[in-house]
Ligand binder design. Structure first.
Ligand code: APR
Length: 318
């Protein structure tokens, strides 16, 4: 019998548990959920396993507070960390930058545990600040760059596509487009490469409407935090699972992901959201597309924002 895929998800909170839910519902493989909170990963795993006879998924789901059961994982999604929250007193939201120090330590420790037991795995970073945490995972794992990927572009693009579909009253299935750059307020939606059933979006929506969609996309995370008081998780988990699926099924999907650039788009030694071919090996290729001068300038602003956060990390230059 062929060996089943093993998918580890570290952090059994909102995003992690929802990833597990969709991964098993899509029959992607056996799932191991790890968290420091006692009872949480075990409880989520048991609850999900009890749903398996209802939806007929034959996946083994394990919850643990240690890394033993993660051994030999094919894909590891790291969601462990502290999410953005609204301060009940000041009403201010935690900025992504404020999360750097605390999440750096959490992500660093988790990555070392994972890399020791699953040296061949593809690692997907979900913890924020996303682009900087990719650098932490790359440095702490010692893995080749193609096996350390960040999940941001799929989520940002999903929000962008949803807003376009909603504005035009058409199916989300027929929207194609990309959001590039870092996962933050400076991300770069690219209307020049966005189409609706093959028709450029710029021919269907007026510029002011497109601009409003771009602004709403950039504030997409904050909009949800404003409503809930904590970060969203359905869309982040769905986006992570799309990447897991592309890897375990070797789909060669073209997905916007945070990838370590080695000269593409004029950037080096920096994680930035770009279109990637995602398959068994992780980032199998970075696809370069022609950007207009305005888009290039926006990408540079975004890259600088990533560099500023990466500069806070103890990994030298970058
Ligand atoms: N090891 C394992 N798990 C940890 C560790 C650790 N060292 N530190 C924290 N965790 C766990 C927490 O116990 C919690 O269950 O990570 C989980 C995070 O879950 P939530 O607080 O529900 O956060 P969530 O909304 O899932 O977001 C997770 O994704 O979008 C990003 O910014 C967000 O970094 C955050 C991550």
């Amino acid at each position: 019998m062929p060996r089943r895929n093993k998918i580890t998800i570290v952090g059994a909170g909102n995003v992690g548990a929802t990833c597990a839910h969709w991964a098993v519902q899509k029959h992607l493989g056996d799932v191991v959920l790890v968290d420091i909170k006692e009872g949480l990963p075990q409880g989520k795993a048991l609850d999900l396993a009890e749903a398996s006879p209802v939806f007929d998924f034959d996946c083994k789901i394990t919850g643990a507070n240690d890394y033993g059961p993660t051994e030999g994982s094919d894909v590891v999604v790291i969601t462990a960390g502290v999410p953005r929250k609204k301060d009940p007193v000041t009403g201010k939201f935690t900025s992504r930058d404020e999360l750097v120090e605390i999440n750096r330590q959490i992500v660093g420790e988790v990555t070392r545990e994972i890399a020791n037991r699953s040296p061949e795995a593809v690692l997907i970073c979900v913890s924020n600040p996303l682009d900087a945490m990719c650098h932490v995972m790359l440095a702490e794992s010692g893995f080749p760059t193609e096996r350390v990927i960040g999940m941001a572009g799929v989520l940002d693009t999903a929000r962008y596509k949803f807003f376009i579909a909603e504005a035009l009253g058409v199916s989300v299935e027929d929207i194609h487009g990309m959001v590039l750059g870092g996962h933050g307020d400076t991300m770069v939606p690219v209307p020049s490469h966005t189409s609706v059933g093959g028709i450029p979006v710029t021919e269907l929506l007026p510029q002011d409407k497109i601009d409003a969609i771009i602004t709403r996309t950039r504030n997409g995370g904050g909009e949800i935090v404003g409503l809930l008081g904590y970060s969203g998780y359905y869309a982040p988990a769905a986006s992570s699972v799309a990447m897991v699926e592309a890897i375990v099924r070797d789909k060669k999907r073209v997905l916007p992901c945070a990838a370590y650039l080695k000269g593409e788009y004029g950037y080096k030694d920096l994680y930035i959201g770009v279109p990637c071919v995602i398959g068994k090996g992780g980032v199998e290729k970075v696809l370069e597309m022609k950007l207009g001068e305005k888009e290039k300038a926006m990408l540079e602003v975004s890259a600088q924002a990533v560099r500023d956060v990466v500069a806070l990390l103890p990994y030298g230059k970058k």
